[in-house]
Design a protein around this ligand. Sequence first.
Ligand code: FAD
Length: 469
Amino acid sequence: TPILLWFRRDLRLSDHAALHAAVETGRPVIPVFVRDVLVDGLGAAPKWRLGLGLGHHATALEQKGARLILRSGDALEVLQALVKETGAGAVWWMRAYDPDSVARDTRVKEALKGQGVDTKSLAGHLLFEPWTTETKTGGFYKVYTPFWKAVRSRDVAEPLPAPSRIPAPEAWPQSEALADWRLGAAMRRGAAVVEPFVRLGEAAAQGRLGAFMASKVAQYDEARDLPWTDGTSCLSENLSLGEISPATCWHAGRRAMEEGKPGAETFLKELVWREFAYHLMWHTPRILTGNWREDWDAFPWNTDDTRPEVIAWQRGRTGIRFVDAGMREMYVTGRMHNRARMIVASYLTKHLLTHWKIGLRWFEDCLIDWDPAANAMGWQWSAGSGPDATPYFRVFNPVTQRDKFDPRRAYVDRWIAEGQRTPGKDALAYFEAIPESWGMAPADRYPEPIVAADEGRQRALSAYENRGF
Ligand code: FAD
């Protein structure tokens, strides 16, 4: 009987434990993607990017003799219907770790099992299952460095090869059309502006990894902090949809380390930051929805997201160039350099005293590399309310940060057109991407800071001290 292979955020053929195991059985394999409430609830950019990823993955499956069957509805009902239609005896998938997916998958597993369907969920979205790393006293890690020390020497299985052919069923079930799903409909900004920055699918992801290991990793230690260089792997976009497995990245990093490339260990450490985010989300899912340190609930965060200060932050018009450059980079490319993510998050939560959830939601809407665990950890780290966070009183100064990390202003000039006689194409692309209703033009005067670097620091510190910390 056929095996239903339920794809989710694992849009690849190589190092895919469930697909590999299914093909090994020699039974027909029917790949399925279900557009359920979790898909409908995605932010605009991640949903649009998912649509591109699905189209690409469907083609990759076709080249192996298979088809990606698309269905909408409640995941359990869809899978039950497909079991009935196809006579499948098994439903296999790759595990997810966010609380909503876990609840859904548990429900699906129990119900299908009850009906005698063989269900299997396999590991591969992470290097290490989040419950397998324990402190000496049996708890979970709340600090990164001991977590890194605990995992760095653990074995990671070598990546599995892609199947050369996927056995097909006698007849394919009906599929909905991807175009009818309109997964890009909520993109406020011009998708055509963002699209050139997308690197779609497994081969592109492998290409990114190869290029990084060939020419960037050796300088990664320094270059990763400089937003004007192209010094990082940019793999987060592909990792977020599983277009490449973390194990594939890990082994490439290990090989580079063995070859003596200096930045390789730092790259492995960054991959472990991703693991740490999942470890935290698994053990404390509240990290997604509220202050991880609950005493922060008393902090006077401003929660009004209609304030002009918040709008200026979202639109890259705070008058603080490093902040505005980061926000515009995200709007045009769907990504933002990590240094800029830290600066814009610090400015929103400290200088503007705004709740990190407002920033988290804006990122969730704008990032093509959106990841629930990394985004929540990043925001709570920046705000000071998370585990192992930067202390609240350590307020990033966005002006001195720019002097340090963008001394020649290459990054801010790349993204901010106002005030430049001949702005470059990326700075101009921003104005093609934004809705007309924002009423911004490249020839506008660049604004004065809405909250200056020093003034905001003082405001943040007194709010913090008044709370009795
Ligand atoms: P590289 O430097 O090449 O690193 C390799 C990989 O390691 C990345 O692809 C990523 O998977 C992982 N990684 C690196 N840094 C981190 C980190 N700090 N936390 C977790 N994983 C990390 N990352 C996301 O993938 N999605 C998000 O939604 C996201 N939101 C963030 C929000 C804030 C406020 C902050 C401060 C950080 C956020 N990050 C997020 C983490 C980080 O900025 C990105 O992972 C990184 O910029 C991706 O670029 P890269 O692939 O070139 O990274």
